[in-house]
Design a binder for this molecule. Structure first.
Ligand code: GLA
Length: 461
């Protein structure tokens, strides 16, 4: 028998899952071993897609689908990880200053990413890795994988918190969010920090307006009659595969857009579009896009050689500056600059308008903004798919106020904003007009804005 410290952020089923994992943990660690349990939610992004890595704001909610971890401190310096879903094999690795990743696609790379992030963070503050202990870690993930709902961030966040807890290391949630924000770089994705921040800082019944550099999050109350239907297309958006190369390409295109725009506006040292927006506060998105167009009129889809020539640097130097990791290789397809910038800059304006719309309870306006966001993602960011397009059409046709792809796209899920009374109709339409004809098992649910990650202790009773 185990008793968990009460914490209202955990629902009954999450406590049951922790109790189940605790029994497994005790079989290894002994009946009296002190255990900690961590809950970290996934997220659904309402709006502000592909803006975070440009340092521009996002508006996600943490969801009531979580990863639960139970961990026991061990005296060894090994991290041993078990997953309740046995298709994810047991993994064990040693704590060291630089932990080498497993092969691409290995689930436990997200655990390694979290541990590496914590080691780096605390080493820079005088806590050496030699002072840290290993752990036996038991994972139960219920955020649908590869569905654009941040199952990987939930795993990374829960792993980081578990590793810190067994080592008695503490951080305020906002600092932990900043620490894990970059964790996916470890697995070779140049991701922004939205997912981890949402998982750590989420609040019940609230969306989060998140800004970066420095990271801060302001809760925005969800209007009482708003319901979120999230539906998985069944098209796998696996960030360790094709999605990763497309994602990294978008990051590079946005960074290049920032530099070309900075050159056109004589802004000096600029790395990301957020820097440009910060320096040109009074400019509308459309004005910035016009400036970019004027600057590179006949070279809007350059390759790295052409872009380098334009910026006065060699291809190799430019690649080094734009790519975070020498493991990342860009293929030679031309880079889209103008369309990507137009999406990111217009999406940023939509995020600000969305915050006001939610605060004022204007759900129609929020829905319109979500529809515009989807169109921009499909046409300018080119990260939608025929299936996602079909699903948003279907949801809107059945009465959703707005619907869009959520997460990185290239598959994964849509989110539909509905009035509570319309939810059943929207779900029935998705079942009848999307899932049934495509022969896909319906995977849709009403999700609720849930609290961010937390750690509890499980005492032996
Ligand atoms: C993924 C990344 C996030 C964000 C979204 C797109 O979920 O992990 O950082 O960039 O894609 O908005």
């Amino acid at each position: 028998m185990s008793t968990a410290t009460p914490n209202p952020a955990w629902d009954a089923s999450e406590l049951d899952r922790a109790a189940f994992l605790a029994r497994e943990a005790r079989a290894f660690a002994g009946a009296d071993a002190p255990l900690i349990a961590v809950r970290a939610p996934g997220r659904v992004n309402l709006i502000g897609e592909h803006t975070d890595y440009s340092g521009l704001p996002v508006l996600p909610v943490a969801i009531d689908r979580s990863v639960i971890i139970v961990a026991a401190r061990s005296l060894s310096r090994e991290i041993s990880v078990y997953n309740s879903d046995r298709s994810y094999p047991h993994r064990e690795f040693a704590l060291e200053r630089k932990i080498p990743p497993y092969a691409t696609g290995d689930w436990a790379n997200y655990v390694k990413a979290a541990v590496q992030g914590a080691i780096d963070h605390f080493a820079a503050r005088g806590v050496e890795v030699s002072a840290m202990r290993g752990a036996r870690v038991f994972v139960d993930g219920r955020v649908p994988p590869a569905a654009g709902l941040s199952s990987s961030a939930a795993l990374t966040v829960s792993s980081a918190l578990a590793f810190m807890a067994v080592n008695g290391l503490e951080l305020p949630a906002i600092d932990a969010a900043a620490m894990v924000a970059r964790s996916e770089w470890y697995v070779g994705t140049m991701a922004g920090g939205m997912d981890q921040a949402a998982s750590l800082l989420g609040q019940r019944d609230h969306a989060l307006f998140i800004e970066f550099n420095p990271l801060r999050a302001i809760p925005v109350k969800m209007p009482i009659d708003a319901a979120l239907v999230v539906a998985d297309s069944g098209e796998v958006a696996d960030k360790s595969g094709k999605v990763r190369s497309e994602y990294n390409r978008r990051v590079v295109e946005c960074r290049l857009a920032a530099r070309l725009l900075a050159r056109a506006l004589k802004l000096g040292d600029v790395q990301i579009l957020g820097d440009v927006v910060g320096l040109m506060k009074n400019w509308k998105a459309s004005e910035l896009v016009t400036a970019l167009k004027g600057a590179v009129p006949d070279l809007l889809s350059p390759d790295l050689v052409q872009a380098g020539a334009l910026l006065g640097v060699s291809r190799d130097d430019l690649a080094r500056e734009l790519l975070d990791d020498s493991r990342i290789v860009l293929d030679s397809r031309p880079l889209e600059i103008l369309k990507r910038a137009r999406h990111v800059l217009s999406e940023t304006e939509r995020v600000f308008r969305a915050v006001i719309a939610l605060e004022e309870g204007r759900l129609d306006e929020m829905g319109r903004l979500m529809n515009d966001s989807h169109r921009s993602l499909a046409e300018d960011f080119e990260c939608s798919t025929a299936r996602l397009d079909r699903m948003v059409e279907c949801a809107r046709g059945a009465g959703a106020l707005g619907a869009r792809l959520t997460g990185a796209g290239f598959g994964g899920s849509i989110v539909a904003l509905c009035r509570s009374g319309d939810v059943d109709r929207v779900i029935a339409a998705l079942d009848a007009d999307y899932y049934a004809p495509s022969g896909i098992e319906p995977a849709r649910a009403i999700l609720h804005a849930s609290p961010g990650a937390s750690v509890i202790e499980i005492a032996a009773a």
